[in-house]
Design a protein around this ligand. Structure first.
Ligand SMILES: C=CC1=C(C)c2cc3[nH]c(cc4nc(cc5[nH]c(cc1n2)c(C)c5CCC(=O)O)C(CCC(=O)O)=C4C)c(C)c3C=C
Ligand SMILES: [Fe+2]
Ligand SMILES: [Fe+2]
Length: 362
C-alpha cells in the first residue's frame, strides 16, 4: 500500500465465494447433487428438479470419481482458496477473509455465523468469479443473503458483481499467458504457428438467451487480456474464445474447447490454453484441460499443446484482487462498486445482480 491509497475501515470482513468441491470420496455424490439441485443451474420446478438433479448427477458419477481420484481423491479448491484468502488478508490490514462455498463446506450458513462472531464494521462480498453468471456469482450471492438473514447478520455490506475488465486483473492474466507462450516458443520448432485458446466454463445456451451476461463478459475479459499482450509483445497473437465442461444434454454455447482444438489441428497450429473463468486449479483445469483435452490434441497431431496456469496465489493476481477489494470498500456500499462506486455498465447500465430475481425466478 502507498500513501495515496485509502485506508480501509477497521474490521472489514471480506467474504470470498467459490463453487466448492468434494473433500473426499464420500462427498463427490452429495456435492454433485447439491450442484444440480440449484435452481440457478437446473431451471425446472422444484419437484422435477429434485429427481432431475439425482438423475443428472448419477449419469457422469463414475467419470467424476475418476477425475477426483486423479487429484488425490478430493478437490484442491478449498486449499487454494485459503491461500488466496491468506495472501489477500496480508495485503489489506484491518480485514479478515472468510470463504463461503456454494455446494460443499464451508457453506454460507456456517460462514455467516463466523462473520457475525467476528463483529465486523463492514462486509465486502467478493465472488471469485471474474465474470458474472447467474449460475455462479448470482447463485452464491443469493445463497449468502439467505444465510445472512437467517443468522441475523445486519452489517453495512458492499457487493461486487464482477471484475472481468479490471486492468490489473487483465495484466496479471496476461503475465501468466506470456510466460507460457514464451515456453511454447522456446520449445517448438521455429516458425510453428501458435494460437491462444481462452477456455471458459460453458453454459447452456438457454441461460444466455434468458439474459445471463457471462458470455459477453468472458469475451470482454479476453479482449482486455489480449490488449495487454499486444502492447507488451508489439504483435497481435492469434487467439480464440471457447467453452468447456458441458455437463447436461442441452445445447451449450459454442465453440466448445474440443471444437477449437479440432480447428487448431485443421489449421496446423499449436495451442496455449488459458482457463479464463477460473481463478484456481481444480478438476476442470487439472483433469479436463491437462489430461482429456491434451489427449484430444495428441490424437489430432497438434504441433503443440500448452496450458497457462490458473492465477491461484500469483502475486500480481493477489495485488489486483486487493486493489479491487480496496476500491469497492472505500467507495461505499453501492450495489456494484467495481467501477469506482458507480453501478456497472453490463447491459444498459443495470447490474445483473440487481436483476437476478428476474433472471432466475425463486
Ligand atoms: C449445468 C451444469 C453446470 C454449470 C452451468 C456450471 C457452471 C460453472 N461452473 C464453474 C466453475 C466450477 N465448476 C466446478 C465443478 C462442476 N461444475 C459442474 C456443472 C456445471 N457448472 C459439475 C457437474 C461440477 C463437478 C465436477 C464434476 O463432477 O465433473 C468447479 C469445482 C470443481 C472442483 O474442484 O471440485 C468449479 C470451480 C463456472 C465458472 C461456471 C459458469 C460460469
Ligand atoms: Fe462447473
Ligand atoms: Fe454490477
Amino acid at each position: 500500500m502507498n500513501d495515496t491509497e485509502p485506508v480501509l475501515p477497521a474490521r472489514t470482513a471480506i467474504v470470498l465465494f467459490n463453487l466448492g468441491g468434494p473433500d473426499g470420496a464420500d462427498s463427490i455424490k452429495p456435492f454433485r447433487v447439491n450442484l444440480f439441485s440449484d435452481p440457478a443451474i437446473i431451471r425446472a420446478p422444484i419437484f422435477i428438479r429434485f429427481w432431475l438433479a439425482r438423475l443428472i448427477a448419477a449419469s457422469a458419477q463414475s467419470k467424476a470419481e475418476e477425475g477426483y481420484a486423479m487429484m488425490g481423491g478430493k478437490s484442491p479448491l478449498l486449499e487454494l482458496t485459503q491461500r488466496q484468502a491468506d495472501a489477500l488478508e496480508a495485503s489489506l490490514p484491518g480485514s479478515k477473509c472468510f470463504i463461503a462455498m456454494r455446494y460443499w463446506h464451508p457453506f454460507a450458513g456456517e460462514v455467516a455465523q463466523a462473520v457475525k462472531a467476528w463483529a465486523p464494521e463492514r462486509i465486502l462480498l467478493l465472488p471469485l468469479y471474474p465474470q458474472f453468471s447467474t449460475t455462479t456469482t448470482g447463485s452464491s450471492l443469493a445463497d449468502w443473503h439467505d444465510a445472512a438473514a437467517k443468522t441475523g447478520l445486519v452489517v453495512p455490506t458492499t457487493t461486487l458483481c464482477c471484475w472481468y475488465d479490471d486492468p490489473a486483473f487483465a495484466a496479471a492474466i496476461a503475465g501468466l499467458v506470456m510466460r507460457t507462450l514464451a515456453t511454447a516458443r522456446a520449445e517448438l520448432p521455429a516458425g510453428t504457428p501458435i494460437r491462444l485458446l481462452f477456455s471458459a466454463h460453458g453454459l447452456p445456451e438457454s441461460i444466455i438467451k434468458a439474459g445471463d451476461p457471462y458470455q459477453e463478459e468472458v469475451e470482454a475479459c479476453t479482449e482486455a487480456v489480449m490488449d495487454v499482450i499486444t502492447r507488451a509483445l508489439g504483435e497481435r497473437v492469434d487467439y480464440q474464445v471457447c467453452f468447456q465442461s458441458r455437463a447436461t444434454p442441452q445445447q451449450w454455447i459454442e465453440p466448445s474447447t474440443e471444437q477449437a482444438i479440432e480447428k487448431a489441428a485443421h489449421d496446423g497450429t499449436a495451442v496455449v490454453v488459458i482457463p479464463i473463468a477460473f481463478v484456481s486449479e481444480h478438476i476442470e483445469t487439472l483433469v479436463e484441460l491437462d489430461v482429456e483435452y491434451r489427449e484430444v490434441a495428441e490424437k489430432l497431431h497438434l504441433p503443440g499443446y500448452y496450458r497457462a496456469p490458473a492465477p491461484n496465489d500469483d502475486p500480481a493476481f493477489i495485488a489486483a484482487l486487493a486493489g479491487i477489494a480496496r476500491r469497492a470498500i472505500v467507495h461505499g456500499d453501492g450495489l456494484c462498486s467495481h467501477r469506482g462506486g458507480r453501478s456497472c455498465t453490463v447491459r444498459n447500465s443495470d447490474c445483473p445482480w440487481a436483476r437476478y430475481r428476474a433472471l432466475v425466478p425463486a
